[in-house]
Design a protein around this ligand. Sequence first.
Ligand SMILES: *[C@@H]1O[C@H](CO)[C@@H](O)[C@H](O)[C@H]1NC(C)=O
Ligand SMILES: *[C@@H]1O[C@H](CO)[C@@H](O)[C@H](O)[C@H]1NC(C)=O
Length: 423
Amino acid sequence: MEIMAKGRATAWAQLPISLNQLCLATVLRCGQTFRWKASGPDEWSCGFSDRIISLRQSSTHLHYRATFPPLPKSQKPKPQEEEKEQKETLEIVKNYLNLSVDLASLYEKWSQKDPNFKRKAGEFGGVRMLRQEPWECLIGFICSSNNNISRIGQMVDKLCATYGTPLGTITHSFGDKREEVAYHSFPSIESLTAATVEDTLKKLGFGYRAKYIYKTACMVYHDRPVGFLETLRDERDYKEAHAELIKFTGVGPKVADCVCLMSLDKMGAVPVDTHVWQIATRDYKFGKGKHRSLTPAIYEAVGDLFRDLWGEEAGWAHSVLFTADLRAFSDRLENTKTSASKKVKVEVKEEEVKVEIKEEEEEVKTEVKEEEEEAKVDVKVEEVITVVEKRARKRGVNGEVKVKAEVVVKEEVAERRTRRRRR
Ligand SMILES: *[C@@H]1O[C@H](CO)[C@@H](O)[C@H](O)[C@H]1NC(C)=O
Ligand SMILES: *[C@@H]1O[C@H](CO)[C@@H](O)[C@H](O)[C@H]1NC(C)=O
């Protein structure tokens, strides 16, 4: 990596916000975004287009500051410019965290409609949706196929370090340990259309996702009007935006729903992965055990179930239960019983958060056809199966669910093997 100079940090500023409106430690680490780095104890930082933003939270306030690329020697920013920068930073923070949405009153609404939500959500206040840049969100979730949060984070980091704009370094500091860490903006659409992108990303360990990223970048850049993704936010409804997104390479219904929910203001989009499907079948008796696999029809039905139940902001509500259900969070819950309504300081063990999804395993198979790299891809499919099996076993701590989960997994594995042979 290039040598980078230390960035120019502004002073910390603050905004009053309660923990039931925002729980930063959860929101930045529960799989919505993969770019925030822990830059100190309870401090996170991320590169935006022209500055690094760092956040901290107390029980009453959100603290934020920006760090800009270093200025040439002996040059100092003018006072008016600093003022302007401060204002912009505040706007970026408010917009990114979508602070205009009153999350506490939404929790109340969902709790009235659904006793299960009320029971589960109590200890998980402040889980709000971020409002990310659509382009960044799209690429991040293309990387998420058959992947886990820590590895997605590493990939996105490499993507930014290779194709983003350098923003300077900031000092990560934990106790005595200090380290200068370089930050970058997220790469522009154009930068990912260079002819060498696919090869470079392959070398960086992106696997089949290298092609998806390159092809999607080319489609957005060459075949769509400028600002196309933003028009999906402002001018298209949920169904239309979803239909446009699945036209991109490497984007299935679930990735499209993540992008709709997390960057396009479609609060009713419910990304259904095996985890959400489990919540639907276990807690809401969806399909009464009849459905074995997540077909497109069932995918939509699960989303409709939640939209009927929670109303038009179902996607936001779903992410609260998704988070409450993650094993690492649940373990933590056991240990925080005493601090009922106080801040739940959630330690996310990133390893525990798996994002693998059936729909996207299908995409792996498509690649077999395209590239006839059967042997290589087989390995990947096996990898996925191992992950699924591991996960099922982990789940199994609560008695007979375990047995059932393992059986289902084995069946799925067998089914997949036959399907592969048949082709
Ligand atoms: C906040 O999010 C909602 C729903 O996603 C959206 O309609 C609204 O425009 C957003 N507002 C701001 C200021 O971010
Ligand atoms: C994430 O996935 C990679 C590749 O499959 C694996 O090697 C790694 O152990 C996983 N990491 C965690 C923390 O689960």
